[in-house]
Structure formats: structure tokens, C-alpha cells
Design a protein around this ligand. Structure first.
Ligand code: AMP
Length: 216
């Protein structure tokens, strides 16, 4: 089963992907995490992605598509995957469809997590991430038990540089200009289900699991 989580930065894709991956026993593939790991390890890929990530714009398609396709064609993704942060424009979506079709596979469901703009800005502004396991926290909505430490692995929490106000504005602009077009693309393909992304994390999870299970 291949599932895409679609939504603006701050919609909760990462948080929900972790729960859904556990529930459905699927691998979680997050492009932002892959780029951040590459950046931390200073690989060629990381260096190529750096300037784009810092500006809050999309890393060029040829780099991104190759990275994701390589990842989802690894044996651990044979049973399927949850894609978080990919595709982010129609060109990426087409490349993904074409590559999966070559192996007689296809995207099963696209879950669009809808959250109002003001809420996105407030979520991104208060977001803290674990440096080790990438678990997200929010200083007001979901603070860690011990300040600055991850509840799951004890790792150090940090604020992503691209969660600073100017970059957030840019990322939201990119989202509304490029990524939101995918809502139409997947609606036409009959694959999109919209889920309200506001409210309690567990409630949103339940809505997403129900949307996937009823997909048939
Ligand atoms: P995220 O953690 O999903 O918010 O991604 C962080 C940054 O990584 C984005 O602002 C982009 O610069 C880059 N990125 C992640 N996914 C993609 C993608 N599918 N296409 C292009 N750039 C991406």
C-alpha cells in the first residue's frame, strides 16, 4: 500500500505519518528528513539541497525525484510506504506515478490534511524537533516532559532554522503556489480524501486511519 500525506508545512504530516506507519506496518519516507540527514552528514546530496532548504524553496526536481525513487525501490518498501513531503508539485507526482506503474504498482490513497493558515504559522513558530529521532514537539500544544529533551529517545530538541518567520512565509507561499495543485491532480485521479487536521493529535490520527481503511 502506498499512501501520500499531503498538506502544508505544519499540517502535521510528520506526526501523523509516524502513527500511521506503526498502525499499518509501513515504512515512513519523509523527504525533509532525508535531506536534513544528508545535510548533517555533509554528503553531496546534503550540500546540493542546503541553499534551497535555507531559503524555504523546493530542492530541484531532478535531485529530489532521484533520491525518493531510490528510497522507495529499496526492499523494505516492497510492502508499501507512507510518503511524507513528497510529491510537492505535479512534475514529481507524474514521475512517481510513472515509476510505480513500471512495476505494476500505484498510489492507493492520498490523505490531504487540511489546516487553516493562521494555525500553520502558530504551529511552525512553536515547533521543536528531536535531533536524533526527528520526533516533533510544540512548546504549547505538545511540550516534552523534560524541557529540551525528547520523550522517546532523550535526544536534544532544536528549532529548525527554516521555521523562522521569514522562511515560514516563503514555505507557505511555495506550498500554495505549487503543492496545493496536487489536490486537484489526485482528486481527478479519484485518490484524494480530505481530513480535518485541527484538534487533538489522536483525533486526527483516528480520522486518517478511518480514511485509509475505508479506501478499500
Ligand atoms: P519538510 O521537512 O517536509 O518541511 O521539508 C524541508 C525542506 O526540504 C523543504 O522546504 C524543501 O526545501 C525540501 N524538500 C522536502 N521535500 C521536498 C520535495 N518533495 N521537493 C523539493 N524539496 C523538498
Amino acid at each position: 500500500m502506498y499512501i501520500i500525506l499531503l498538506g502544508a508545512p505544519g499540517a502535521g504530516k510528520g506526526t501523523q505519518a509516524v502513527t500511521l506507519a506503526r498502525e499499518l506496518k509501513l515504512v515512513h519516507v519523509a523527504t525533509g528528513d532525508l535531506f536534513r540527514q544528508a545535510l548533517e552528514q555533509q554528503t553531496e546530496l546534503g550540500l546540493q539541497a542546503k541553499e534551497y532548504m535555507e531559503k524555504g524553496v523546493l530542492v530541484p526536481d531532478e535531485i529530489t525525484i532521484q533520491m525518493v525513487l531510490e528510497r522507495i525501490l529499496m526492499p523494505d518498501c516492497d510492502g508499501g510506504a507512507i510518503l511524507d513531503g513528497f510529491p510537492r508539485n505535479v512534475n514529481q507526482a507524474r514521475a512517481l506515478d510513472e515509476r510505480l506503474a513500471r512495476q505494476s504498482r500505484a498510489i492507493d490513497r492520498v490523505i490531504y490534511i487540511k489546516v487553516a493558515r493562521e494555525e500553520l504559522i502558530s504551529r511552525l513558530g512553536g515547533r521543536w524537533i528531536c535531533r536524533q529521532c526527528q520526533a516533533p514537539y510544540h512548546e504549547v500544544n505538545s511540550p516534552p516532559k523534560v524541557a529540551g529533551k525528547c520523550d522517546r529517545c532523550g535526544g536534544e530538541l532544536y528549532q529548525r532554522p527554516d521555521d523562522m518567520p521569514e522562511t515560514v512565509e516563503k514555505r507557505l507561499e511555495v506550498y500554495f503556489e505549487e503543492t496545493a495543485l496536487l489536490i486537484d491532480y489526485y482528486t481527478r485521479a479519484g485518490k484524494l480524501v480530505e481530513v480535518a487536521g485541527e484538534g487533538d493529535v489522536a483525533e486526527v490520527s483516528a480520522r486518517i486511519v478511518a480514511a485509509v481503511r475505508h479506501a478499500g
